[in-house]
Design a protein around this ligand. Structure first.
Ligand code: SAM
Length: 280
């Protein structure tokens, strides 16, 4: 429906616009393009209709307070984060395009270093400060095989798998160089072991003996051939099932039920979790 016709029909329906934001107040696309050129020199202009900082400023003034968390899950050139930062809000941006590296990161670095004189900098007296963390999302941990069964994504190597499952289970990822079954810990006495092996009773009994009565171990494996409740110091779970229990797959929001995400230190050494457990 053409815009004017839709506008008139909305007025007839009683949906009356309360305000008009003129470009003199909130800027326009040309102004936004100039803002982009000030921090992304030498890169191709990938945005047809970027938003000016003044527009986002007005929106954040209306919809948020100092210290609030602002989410833009389609970050584009990063205007939302840049404006939120200058206005003393915290922010999360998500972007899958390469302009995350050519635009968003250089832009936010300039904002933080006080080297972005454009946009709303003067209006809010922004001088620089703060920081941000950058995360690259891992591929999905599980995928379906040709029979529709959930299996571990083949792009996951052993260290990635152990680290991901430590996070999901609330353990700190800290693989031990000396003890093959210690991939992480939740307390000084409680550990996690991740393996794609199909564990037999003998292997689980060997683990239980090594763990001993004063420690406990969560064992995440792809399968086991034993009664899981036979070992008082072990909790044995199957990996796809353990992961699926933490995710609301098949819903619209796909929220991940993770209460405790520890900070993962860099992996100390590559451990081959894809090997069967050696029998002593
Ligand atoms: C039109 S821009 C939005 C820009 C900005 N939020 C604004 O209002 O000016 C949309 C952005 O979303 C990104 N995008 C599209 N699908 C996405 C997805 N599934 N995850 C993350 N980013 C996505 C595109 O690469 C593009 O940069």
């Amino acid at each position: 429906m053409p815009r004017l016709k839709r506008f008139l029909s909305e007025v007839q329906d009683g949906v009356v616009p309360q305000t008009i934001w003129l470009h003199g107040d909130v800027g326009n696309t040309q102004e936004a393009k100039k803002e982009i050129l000030s921090y992304a020199t030498g890169v191709e202009d990938v945005f047809q209709t970027p938003k000016p900082e003044r527009l986002l400023q007005r929106i954040l003034e209306i919809g948020s307070n100092l210290g609030d968390l602002i989410l833009d899950s389609f970050a584009g050139s990063g205007t939302t984060g840049a404006v939120a930062h200058k206005m003393g809000r915290r922010w999360i941006m998500v972007e899958l395009g390469e302009h995350c590296h050519t635009h968003i990161i250089p832009r936010l670095k300039k904002v933080i270093d006080g080297e972005d004189p454009g946009g709303i900098t003067k209006a809010v007296n922004w001088k620089g400060g703060g920081g941000f963390r950058y995360y690259r999302l891992a591929p999905s941990l599980l995928e379906k095989d040709k029979w529709g069964n959930w299996v571990i994504n083949k792009t996951y190597n052993a260290a990635m798998l152990a680290e991901a499952l430590c996070k999901l289970e609330g353990f700190t990822y800290a693989p031990s160089d000396a003890i093959y079954w210690q991939h992480g810990y939740s307390t000084e006495q409680d550990f996690i072991y991740v393996t794609t092996a199909n564990l037999t009773h003998d292997q689980l009994q060997q683990l239980a003996d090594e763990v001993g009565p004063d420690r406990s171990l969560l064992v995440l494996c792809t399968a086991f051939r034993a009664r899981a409740d036979r070992y008082p110091n072990l909790t044995v779970k199957k990996i796809p099932r353990a992961v699926l229990a933490r995710c609301e797959w098949g819903h619209d929001d796909y929220s991940l039920r993770v209460e405790n995400l520890p900070h993962a230190p860099p992996p100390k050494g590559q451990m081959d979790l894809f090997d069967e457990v050696e029998q002593g």
